[in-house]
Design a protein around this ligand. Structure first.
Ligand SMILES: Nc1ncnc2c1ncn2[C@@H]1O[C@H](COP(=O)(O)OP(=O)(O)OP(=O)(O)O)[C@@H](O)[C@H]1O
Length: 369
Protein backbone atom coordinates (compact mmCIF):
# COMPACT_ATOMS: atom_id res chain seq x y z
CA UNK A 1 0.00 0.00 0.00
CA UNK A 2 1.04 3.56 -0.31
CA UNK A 3 0.24 6.38 2.07
CA UNK A 4 3.02 8.49 0.71
CA UNK A 5 0.95 11.20 -0.85
CA UNK A 6 3.13 14.24 -0.45
CA UNK A 7 6.82 13.47 -0.28
CA UNK A 8 8.47 16.81 -0.66
CA UNK A 9 11.39 16.73 -3.11
CA UNK A 10 13.60 18.61 -0.64
CA UNK A 11 13.16 15.81 1.87
CA UNK A 12 14.92 13.19 -0.22
CA UNK A 13 18.19 15.04 0.16
CA UNK A 14 17.60 15.95 3.76
CA UNK A 15 20.25 15.34 6.35
CA UNK A 16 19.94 16.43 9.98
CA UNK A 17 16.72 17.20 11.81
CA UNK A 18 13.37 17.00 10.06
CA UNK A 19 12.01 19.78 12.25
CA UNK A 20 14.36 22.67 12.92
CA UNK A 21 12.72 25.52 14.75
CA UNK A 22 13.09 28.32 17.20
CA UNK A 23 9.56 29.19 18.21
CA UNK A 24 9.28 32.71 19.55
CA UNK A 25 5.69 33.75 20.22
CA UNK A 26 4.47 36.73 22.23
CA UNK A 27 0.97 36.64 23.69
CA UNK A 28 0.34 39.65 25.92
CA UNK A 29 2.93 39.50 28.68
CA UNK A 30 3.77 35.87 27.95
CA UNK A 31 6.74 35.05 25.73
CA UNK A 32 7.58 31.59 24.44
CA UNK A 33 11.14 31.08 23.25
CA UNK A 34 11.62 27.42 22.40
CA UNK A 35 14.44 26.01 20.29
CA UNK A 36 13.20 22.64 19.01
CA UNK A 37 14.75 20.12 16.65
CA UNK A 38 13.36 16.65 15.97
CA UNK A 39 15.03 13.97 13.85
CA UNK A 40 13.23 11.64 11.44
CA UNK A 41 11.53 8.89 13.43
CA UNK A 42 12.19 10.63 16.74
CA UNK A 43 9.45 11.18 19.34
CA UNK A 44 9.93 14.23 21.56
CA UNK A 45 7.68 14.86 24.56
CA UNK A 46 6.99 18.47 25.50
CA UNK A 47 6.14 18.77 29.16
CA UNK A 48 5.52 21.66 31.48
CA UNK A 49 3.16 22.97 34.16
CA UNK A 50 -0.08 24.78 33.28
CA UNK A 51 0.60 27.96 31.39
CA UNK A 52 4.17 26.98 30.47
CA UNK A 53 3.50 27.47 26.75
CA UNK A 54 2.88 23.94 25.42
CA UNK A 55 -0.32 24.80 23.55
CA UNK A 56 1.29 27.96 22.24
CA UNK A 57 4.14 25.87 20.80
CA UNK A 58 1.71 23.40 19.23
CA UNK A 59 -0.36 26.15 17.70
CA UNK A 60 2.72 27.85 16.29
CA UNK A 61 3.87 24.57 14.70
CA UNK A 62 0.41 23.87 13.26
CA UNK A 63 0.20 27.38 11.78
CA UNK A 64 -2.64 28.54 14.04
CA UNK A 65 -0.39 31.23 15.54
CA UNK A 66 2.42 33.00 13.74
CA UNK A 67 5.92 33.43 15.12
CA UNK A 68 6.96 36.84 16.47
CA UNK A 69 10.59 35.92 15.81
CA UNK A 70 12.69 32.82 15.20
CA UNK A 71 12.07 30.33 12.41
CA UNK A 72 10.32 27.07 11.58
CA UNK A 73 11.68 24.69 8.95
CA UNK A 74 10.07 21.32 8.30
CA UNK A 75 11.50 18.74 5.91
CA UNK A 76 13.79 21.30 4.36
CA UNK A 77 11.03 23.83 3.76
CA UNK A 78 10.82 27.10 5.65
CA UNK A 79 7.24 27.45 6.85
CA UNK A 80 7.48 30.51 9.05
CA UNK A 81 10.17 33.14 9.35
CA UNK A 82 8.99 36.63 10.30
CA UNK A 83 12.33 38.24 9.42
CA UNK A 84 11.90 37.00 5.85
CA UNK A 85 8.12 37.44 5.82
CA UNK A 86 7.70 33.73 5.12
CA UNK A 87 4.42 32.21 6.23
CA UNK A 88 2.66 28.97 5.29
CA UNK A 89 -1.01 28.36 6.10
CA UNK A 90 -2.02 25.32 8.12
CA UNK A 91 -3.38 23.29 5.22
CA UNK A 92 -0.10 23.59 3.31
CA UNK A 93 1.98 22.29 6.21
CA UNK A 94 2.87 18.59 6.21
CA UNK A 95 1.58 18.23 9.73
CA UNK A 96 -0.90 15.78 11.27
CA UNK A 97 -2.56 16.67 14.56
CA UNK A 98 -4.31 14.50 17.14
CA UNK A 99 -6.16 16.64 19.64
CA UNK A 100 -7.00 15.66 23.18
CA UNK A 101 -10.69 15.36 22.36
CA UNK A 102 -10.04 13.87 18.86
CA UNK A 103 -12.27 16.36 17.00
CA UNK A 104 -13.45 13.77 14.48
CA UNK A 105 -16.07 14.98 12.01
CA UNK A 106 -19.32 13.77 13.63
CA UNK A 107 -21.23 13.39 10.37
CA UNK A 108 -18.52 11.31 8.61
CA UNK A 109 -17.95 7.57 9.04
CA UNK A 110 -14.67 6.32 10.53
CA UNK A 111 -13.48 5.53 7.00
CA UNK A 112 -14.36 8.95 5.62
CA UNK A 113 -12.78 10.70 8.59
CA UNK A 114 -9.48 9.02 7.68
CA UNK A 115 -9.93 9.55 3.93
CA UNK A 116 -10.55 13.26 4.48
CA UNK A 117 -6.87 14.27 4.70
CA UNK A 118 -5.65 12.47 1.55
CA UNK A 119 -8.74 13.76 -0.33
CA UNK A 120 -7.91 17.31 0.69
CA UNK A 121 -4.40 16.81 -0.59
CA UNK A 122 -5.67 15.87 -4.01
CA UNK A 123 -5.81 12.06 -3.83
CA UNK A 124 -8.82 10.76 -5.78
CA UNK A 125 -11.81 9.49 -3.86
CA UNK A 126 -11.30 5.82 -4.57
CA UNK A 127 -7.62 5.82 -3.67
CA UNK A 128 -8.21 7.91 -0.54
CA UNK A 129 -10.84 5.41 0.64
CA UNK A 130 -8.50 2.51 -0.12
CA UNK A 131 -5.78 4.14 1.96
CA UNK A 132 -8.28 4.78 4.74
CA UNK A 133 -9.35 1.13 4.66
CA UNK A 134 -5.69 0.08 4.98
CA UNK A 135 -5.33 2.34 8.00
CA UNK A 136 -8.47 0.90 9.60
CA UNK A 137 -7.00 -2.57 9.11
CA UNK A 138 -3.72 -1.52 10.69
CA UNK A 139 -5.58 -0.01 13.64
CA UNK A 140 -7.56 -3.22 14.08
CA UNK A 141 -10.81 -1.39 13.33
CA UNK A 142 -11.72 -2.71 9.86
CA UNK A 143 -15.17 -3.79 11.02
CA UNK A 144 -15.96 -0.28 12.27
CA UNK A 145 -15.44 1.45 8.91
CA UNK A 146 -19.04 2.64 8.61
CA UNK A 147 -19.52 3.76 12.17
CA UNK A 148 -19.95 7.40 13.04
CA UNK A 149 -17.71 8.84 15.80
CA UNK A 150 -20.56 8.73 18.36
CA UNK A 151 -20.78 4.95 17.84
CA UNK A 152 -17.11 4.46 18.76
CA UNK A 153 -15.55 4.01 22.20
CA UNK A 154 -13.00 6.55 23.42
CA UNK A 155 -10.09 4.25 22.60
CA UNK A 156 -11.45 3.51 19.10
CA UNK A 157 -12.04 7.19 18.39
CA UNK A 158 -8.48 7.91 19.50
CA UNK A 159 -7.15 5.34 17.01
CA UNK A 160 -9.27 6.79 14.20
CA UNK A 161 -7.93 10.24 15.04
CA UNK A 162 -4.38 8.86 14.92
CA UNK A 163 -5.03 7.13 11.58
CA UNK A 164 -6.51 10.35 10.21
CA UNK A 165 -3.40 12.28 11.22
CA UNK A 166 -1.01 9.62 9.85
CA UNK A 167 -2.91 9.05 6.59
CA UNK A 168 -1.41 12.20 5.07
CA UNK A 169 2.11 10.91 5.80
CA UNK A 170 2.94 13.99 7.86
CA UNK A 171 6.55 15.11 8.21
CA UNK A 172 5.51 16.20 11.72
CA UNK A 173 2.91 14.49 13.85
CA UNK A 174 1.56 16.60 16.73
CA UNK A 175 -0.12 14.77 19.59
CA UNK A 176 -1.90 16.99 22.11
CA UNK A 177 -2.56 15.01 25.31
CA UNK A 178 -3.72 12.10 23.12
CA UNK A 179 -4.61 9.78 26.01
CA UNK A 180 -5.99 12.31 28.49
CA UNK A 181 -9.66 11.66 27.70
CA UNK A 182 -9.42 7.88 28.24
CA UNK A 183 -10.12 5.90 31.40
CA UNK A 184 -7.18 4.19 33.06
CA UNK A 185 -7.70 0.73 31.52
CA UNK A 186 -8.26 1.96 27.96
CA UNK A 187 -5.35 4.29 28.40
CA UNK A 188 -2.98 1.42 29.10
CA UNK A 189 -3.97 -0.50 25.93
CA UNK A 190 -4.12 2.60 23.76
CA UNK A 191 -0.71 3.75 24.99
CA UNK A 192 0.80 0.42 23.95
CA UNK A 193 -0.81 0.65 20.49
CA UNK A 194 0.25 4.26 20.10
CA UNK A 195 3.81 3.21 20.90
CA UNK A 196 3.76 0.70 18.02
CA UNK A 197 2.39 3.22 15.53
CA UNK A 198 4.89 5.86 16.59
CA UNK A 199 7.73 3.38 16.14
CA UNK A 200 6.58 2.84 12.52
CA UNK A 201 6.21 6.57 11.79
CA UNK A 202 9.26 7.84 9.92
CA UNK A 203 8.40 11.51 10.37
CA UNK A 204 9.04 13.58 13.49
CA UNK A 205 6.60 13.42 16.41
CA UNK A 206 5.93 15.98 19.13
CA UNK A 207 3.86 14.74 22.04
CA UNK A 208 2.41 17.28 24.47
CA UNK A 209 1.49 15.70 27.75
CA UNK A 210 1.00 16.24 31.46
CA UNK A 211 1.53 12.57 32.17
CA UNK A 212 5.12 11.55 32.93
CA UNK A 213 4.26 7.94 32.12
CA UNK A 214 3.17 8.84 28.58
CA UNK A 215 6.42 10.74 28.15
CA UNK A 216 8.58 7.95 29.56
CA UNK A 217 6.89 5.20 27.53
CA UNK A 218 6.40 7.01 24.23
CA UNK A 219 9.20 9.54 23.86
CA UNK A 220 12.87 9.23 22.95
CA UNK A 221 13.61 12.64 24.41
CA UNK A 222 11.90 15.00 26.84
CA UNK A 223 11.86 18.78 26.55
CA UNK A 224 10.55 20.48 29.68
CA UNK A 225 9.45 24.10 29.59
CA UNK A 226 8.46 26.52 32.32
CA UNK A 227 7.43 30.15 31.73
CA UNK A 228 8.04 29.74 28.01
CA UNK A 229 11.67 28.61 28.41
CA UNK A 230 13.39 25.22 28.32
CA UNK A 231 14.44 24.26 31.85
CA UNK A 232 15.64 20.75 31.08
CA UNK A 233 16.05 18.48 28.11
CA UNK A 234 17.34 14.96 27.61
CA UNK A 235 16.41 11.30 27.73
CA UNK A 236 14.18 10.05 30.51
CA UNK A 237 16.99 8.31 32.40
CA UNK A 238 19.12 11.46 32.61
CA UNK A 239 16.24 13.68 33.63
CA UNK A 240 14.99 11.19 36.20
CA UNK A 241 18.48 10.87 37.67
CA UNK A 242 19.17 14.59 37.85
CA UNK A 243 16.08 16.84 37.91
CA UNK A 244 16.91 20.55 37.95
CA UNK A 245 13.64 22.23 38.99
CA UNK A 246 10.85 21.53 41.49
CA UNK A 247 8.43 20.82 38.66
CA UNK A 248 10.76 18.24 37.09
CA UNK A 249 11.41 16.66 40.48
CA UNK A 250 7.68 16.29 41.16
CA UNK A 251 7.22 14.94 37.64
CA UNK A 252 9.69 12.14 38.26
CA UNK A 253 8.53 11.71 41.86
CA UNK A 254 11.54 12.97 43.81
CA UNK A 255 12.17 15.36 46.68
CA UNK A 256 14.61 17.97 45.39
CA UNK A 257 16.56 20.70 47.17
CA UNK A 258 19.26 23.13 46.27
CA UNK A 259 22.07 23.91 48.70
CA UNK A 260 25.74 24.48 49.30
CA UNK A 261 27.94 21.43 49.71
CA UNK A 262 31.06 21.07 51.74
CA UNK A 263 32.25 17.47 51.58
CA UNK A 264 29.46 15.15 52.69
CA UNK A 265 27.39 17.97 54.19
CA UNK A 266 24.94 20.13 52.27
CA UNK A 267 23.51 23.29 53.83
CA UNK A 268 19.94 23.61 52.51
CA UNK A 269 18.74 26.58 54.60
CA UNK A 270 20.55 28.90 57.02
CA UNK A 271 20.58 26.19 59.64
CA UNK A 272 19.45 22.91 58.10
CA UNK A 273 22.01 20.38 56.87
CA UNK A 274 21.76 17.01 55.16
CA UNK A 275 24.49 14.40 55.04
CA UNK A 276 24.97 12.92 51.58
CA UNK A 277 26.79 9.86 50.32
CA UNK A 278 28.66 11.83 47.64
CA UNK A 279 31.15 14.59 48.37
CA UNK A 280 30.94 17.94 46.62
CA UNK A 281 31.96 21.53 47.10
CA UNK A 282 29.77 24.43 45.99
CA UNK A 283 26.17 24.66 44.71
CA UNK A 284 24.47 21.28 44.41
CA UNK A 285 21.05 19.66 44.08
CA UNK A 286 20.15 16.93 46.56
CA UNK A 287 17.41 14.48 45.53
CA UNK A 288 15.80 11.44 47.13
CA UNK A 289 12.58 9.51 46.52
CA UNK A 290 9.62 9.71 48.93
CA UNK A 291 10.11 5.98 49.52
CA UNK A 292 13.50 6.74 51.12
CA UNK A 293 11.88 8.79 53.90
CA UNK A 294 11.06 6.95 57.14
CA UNK A 295 8.62 8.45 59.65
CA UNK A 296 8.89 7.89 63.41
CA UNK A 297 6.68 9.01 66.31
CA UNK A 298 9.77 10.06 68.33
CA UNK A 299 13.42 10.83 67.71
CA UNK A 300 14.73 7.61 66.13
CA UNK A 301 17.36 5.77 68.19
CA UNK A 302 20.65 4.79 66.61
CA UNK A 303 19.25 6.73 63.71
CA UNK A 304 20.70 7.81 60.42
CA UNK A 305 22.30 11.22 60.82
CA UNK A 306 19.57 12.86 58.75
CA UNK A 307 16.55 13.13 61.02
CA UNK A 308 14.41 16.10 61.96
CA UNK A 309 11.00 16.99 63.37
CA UNK A 310 8.28 17.69 60.79
CA UNK A 311 4.52 18.34 60.69
CA UNK A 312 2.14 16.36 58.49
CA UNK A 313 0.28 18.69 56.13
CA UNK A 314 -1.51 16.14 53.95
CA UNK A 315 -2.00 12.43 53.24
CA UNK A 316 -3.16 11.02 49.86
CA UNK A 317 -3.34 7.55 48.35
CA UNK A 318 -0.43 6.87 45.98
CA UNK A 319 -0.63 3.49 44.25
CA UNK A 320 -0.56 0.84 47.00
CA UNK A 321 1.00 3.29 49.44
CA UNK A 322 0.18 6.62 51.03
CA UNK A 323 1.96 9.83 50.09
CA UNK A 324 2.49 11.98 53.18
CA UNK A 325 3.32 15.68 52.75
CA UNK A 326 5.38 17.24 55.53
CA UNK A 327 6.43 20.75 56.48
CA UNK A 328 9.47 21.58 58.60
CA UNK A 329 12.92 22.90 57.91
CA UNK A 330 12.35 21.57 54.38
CA UNK A 331 9.09 20.58 52.63
CA UNK A 332 9.05 16.89 52.00
CA UNK A 333 7.03 13.97 50.59
CA UNK A 334 7.21 10.51 52.18
CA UNK A 335 5.68 7.26 50.92
CA UNK A 336 4.64 4.79 53.56
CA UNK A 337 2.50 1.67 53.61
CA UNK A 338 -1.10 1.88 54.86
CA UNK A 339 -0.09 -0.51 57.67
CA UNK A 340 2.69 1.81 58.85
CA UNK A 341 0.30 4.77 58.64
CA UNK A 342 -2.24 2.93 60.77
CA UNK A 343 0.40 1.92 63.35
CA UNK A 344 1.63 5.51 63.60
CA UNK A 345 -1.97 6.86 63.64
CA UNK A 346 -0.92 9.48 61.11
CA UNK A 347 -3.21 12.49 60.73
CA UNK A 348 -2.67 15.96 59.27
CA UNK A 349 -1.25 18.39 61.85
CA UNK A 350 0.64 15.64 63.68
CA UNK A 351 4.32 16.10 64.62
CA UNK A 352 6.62 13.24 63.62
CA UNK A 353 10.31 12.64 62.98
CA UNK A 354 11.47 12.23 59.39
CA UNK A 355 14.67 10.34 58.59
CA UNK A 356 16.65 9.73 55.40
CA UNK A 357 19.82 7.69 55.09
CA UNK A 358 22.72 9.48 53.44
CA UNK A 359 23.11 6.51 51.10
CA UNK A 360 19.56 7.09 49.78
CA UNK A 361 20.33 10.65 48.68
CA UNK A 362 21.88 11.78 45.41
CA UNK A 363 23.85 15.01 45.20
CA UNK A 364 24.97 16.59 41.93
CA UNK A 365 26.36 19.96 40.88
CA UNK A 366 23.72 22.65 40.29
CA UNK A 367 25.54 24.22 37.34
CA UNK A 368 24.45 22.45 34.12
CA UNK A 369 27.20 20.18 32.77
N1 LIG B 1 -5.18 34.22 23.53
C1 LIG B 1 -4.24 34.54 24.42
N2 LIG B 1 -3.88 35.83 24.62
C2 LIG B 1 -2.94 36.14 25.52
N3 LIG B 1 -2.29 35.26 26.28
C3 LIG B 1 -2.60 33.98 26.12
C4 LIG B 1 -3.58 33.53 25.19
N4 LIG B 1 -3.66 32.20 25.27
C5 LIG B 1 -2.77 31.81 26.20
N5 LIG B 1 -2.14 32.88 26.73
C6 LIG B 1 -1.09 32.87 27.75
O1 LIG B 1 0.03 32.18 27.25
C7 LIG B 1 0.67 31.44 28.27
C8 LIG B 1 0.91 30.02 27.79
O2 LIG B 1 -0.34 29.34 27.62
P1 LIG B 1 -0.43 27.90 26.99
O3 LIG B 1 -1.89 27.62 26.81
O4 LIG B 1 0.47 27.81 25.82
O5 LIG B 1 0.17 27.01 28.17
P2 LIG B 1 0.12 25.42 28.33
O6 LIG B 1 1.50 25.01 28.73
O7 LIG B 1 -0.45 24.79 27.12
O8 LIG B 1 -0.87 25.28 29.55
P3 LIG B 1 -1.94 24.10 29.90
O9 LIG B 1 -1.12 22.95 30.36
O10 LIG B 1 -2.72 24.73 31.01
O11 LIG B 1 -2.75 23.84 28.68
C9 LIG B 1 -0.21 31.54 29.50
O12 LIG B 1 0.38 32.47 30.37
C10 LIG B 1 -1.51 32.04 28.96
O13 LIG B 1 -2.15 32.84 29.91
Amino acid sequence: MTTDVTVHPAERHLTGPLLDARLVVERGTFRLDLPLTINPGEVVALLGPNGAGKSTALRALAGLLSLSAGHLTLAGRELDNPSRRTWTPTEQRRIGVVFQDYLLFPHLSALDNIAFGPRRRGVNRQQARRQAADWLERMGLAEHARRKPRQLSGGQAQRIALARALAVDPALLLLDEPLAALDARTRLDTRAQLQQHLAAHRGATLLVTHDPLDALVLADRLVIIEHGQVVQEGDAATITAQPRTDYVARLVGLNLYRGRASGHTVLLTDTFRLTTAEQHDGDVFVAFPPSAVALHPNHPDGSPRNSWPATITGIQPNGDNLRVQLAGPIDLAADITPLAAAQLHLVPGQRVWAAVKATETRAYPAAPQ
